[in-house]
Design a protein around this ligand. Structure first.
Ligand code: ZN
Length: 268
């Protein structure tokens, strides 16, 4: 029995686990389409009201995941629903989710652009673009260049992340954390834009000028994070449906209705 079938049988047609699995699968496909995930990398999301989270089967293509590819895993790392093995780097998700009760969703990616910022002497990835005020507290780099397969490696990574929203991993990748899987997707888009902006400044031979504290304060006075996340989610989900990155059957559970968009002042 698939996860969705189980959810339908035991919890009704639109249970928390089903919606969480669907949004996490959609986010994974959209991140792959945006070149943020590829043949590797993964997203985990806590299931509301349950002491467990979803993460994909490690061997499933990031371009083809669906709710049935999502496993339910408890905070001891045991697969409690679904049929398959989680990614070998499960300790990344497990230890960050254990260390950060404020975090609902975690992404691990091998984004080349992010990795480049762990390989340049005297260069630190900084908030350059307005949306990167999200990372004003800093983007630390974890020194362990190997794959994170052991609990102690995951714990060390979670310690390096500390209270921040992003952590680079030396010669390996990065992790982002956010308050929802939709927010995580939007952050990932902006993280890539920001790293691209700084790399372009470096490649032009210029000294990058990051946002100052005063500029960040000014940006945050105008910030409407929840509204912005809804706007970008609507844009990328619709684009994903139009380009067949997402199956049409998912539209009803992912696309905000016109009434919802009007209520949120995204549509007039
Ligand atoms: Zn990795």
């Amino acid at each position: 029995m698939t996860l969705t079938e189980m959810a339908r049988t035991t919890r009704g047609s639109n249970s928390a686990v089903e919606q969480t699995a669907l949004e996490t699968a959609a986010t994974t496909r959209l991140l792959e389409a945006e070149g943020i995930l590829d043949y590797s990398g993964h997203v985990s999301t806590r299931i509301p009201g349950r002491d467990a989270f979803v993460i994909q089967i490690g061997s499933t293509s990031r371009a083809e995941v669906n709710p049935e590819s999502m496993l339910v895993v408890d905070y001891d790392g045991r697969v409690i629903e679904g049929d398959g093995q989680p990614p070998s780097e499960l300790p990344i998700h497990l230890e960050i989710l254990r260390a950060r009760p404020d975090v609902q969703s975690v992404m691990h990616s091998h984004m080349e652009l992010a990795i480049a910022f762990t390989m340049m002497e005297g260069v630190t990835l900084m908030p350059m673009r307005a949306r990167a005020s999200r990372w004003k507290s800093g983007i630390p780099t974890d020194p362990d260049p190997s794959h994170i397969k052991l609990p102690e490696q995951g714990r060390a990574l979670a310690r390096t992340l500390g209270p921040h929203h992003a952590v680079l991993m030396r010669a390996h990748g990065l992790c982002l954390v956010a308050e929802s899987v939709r927010a995580l997707f939007v952050d990932a888009v902006h993280f890539k834009e920001n790293a691209t902006a700084q790399m372009q400044a470096l490649q032009a031979g210029a000294k990058p000028i990051p946002l100052s504290d005063a500029e960040i304060e000014q940006i945050e006075r105008m910030e409407m994070r929840d509204w912005h996340i809804k706007k970008l989610w609507n844009y990328y989900v619709r684009k994903g449906l139009a380009e067949d990155v997402l199956p049409q059957a998912w539209a009803g559970d992912l696309v905000p209705t016109k009434d919802m968009l009007k209520r949120d002042h995204i549509l007039k």
